[in-house]
Design a protein. Structure first.
Length: 252
């Protein structure tokens, strides 16, 4: 696959074995911090880099994926500020402190945060460019996703690969994110023409390969400037949300 010069660099195919052995001996350089019980250290990691909503963004000038921390625990308010410029967060700086802290804390970033990507100029790049930059075991540990996308991503579009990206990402969630437990999807700019709400639609079937969820929610928003969905379309959207929740959420 051809890459642009500004695309994030994917991880190398081969990785050397870490030279630092596992076990308590490797944490001797952490000073007083290492004297704390691991349970307390874990609580500190979660307070520092966890339990937030992190937006995935592409930083073309640095050829990498970055994160924006809105200091929110609920992703919904992001929709009201998504056009405002926010600086890249230093949220992952803790992981650069030393290898020992990275070993202990890296998993917290993926298991306790809700990761989201918001579209700009109707591009789907945040998700597709994010995947190759994450190690397999980190991808597998992601527990919560909040996907915000234009409605056309799911359906046919002239000369567009958007529906293919949607299906591919659904497959990734099913096969490479076994730890995924919470999934919320918001499709923006919807109407009956560009987003048919039929269980037989390909975009709906693509979701059905995902399993193991504890919570699922599908939100559908009207076009910008349109206050509400048509009543019959809104009712159909609510029915489809319940239908998918019954199919995707593991009981018990």
């Amino acid at each position: 696959m051809n890459r642009n010069d500004t695309d994030p660099k994917p991880l190398p195919r081969r990785r050397r074995t870490l030279s630092t052995p596992t076990g308590e001996a490797q944490f001797k350089n952490m000073g007083m911090f290492n004297r704390l019980p691991y349970e307390l250290r874990y609580m500190i990691y979660v307070a520092a880099i966890g339990n937030r909503v992190l937006q995935i963004i592409h930083v073309p000038s640095q050829k990498r994926i970055g994160h924006v921390d809105y200091h929110l625990t609920d992703p919904k308010p992001i929709l009201t500020v998504r056009t405002k410029p926010y600086p890249l967060t230093g949220k992952t700086s803790l992981l650069k402190t030393c290898r020992q802290i990275y070993v202990e804390a890296a998993r917290v970033l993926y298991t306790t945060n809700t990761l989201t990507g918001l579209y700009y100029a109707h591009h789907w790049t945040q998700y597709t460019q994010f995947l190759p930059t994450v190690r397999t075991e980190r991808l597998a540990s992601i527990m919560s996703l909040y996907i915000v996308s234009p409605a056309y991503i799911t359906g046919p579009m002239s000369q567009s690969s958007a529906p293919n990206h949607w299906c591919s990402f659904c497959d990734v969630m099913a096969t490479e994110m076994p730890g995924l437990r919470h999934l919320e999807i918001l499709l923006d700019g919807a109407d009956g023409a560009n987003l048919p709400l039929n269980p037989e639609e390909q975009w709906v079937k693509a979701l059905l390969v995902i399993n193991g969820l504890q919570t699922f929610k599908l939100d559908i928003e009207p076009h910008f400037g349109v206050p509400t969905l048509r009543p019959e379309y809104r009712d159909r959207a609510q029915w489809l949300n319940r239908h998918l929740e019954e199919k995707l959420v593991t009981q018990g």
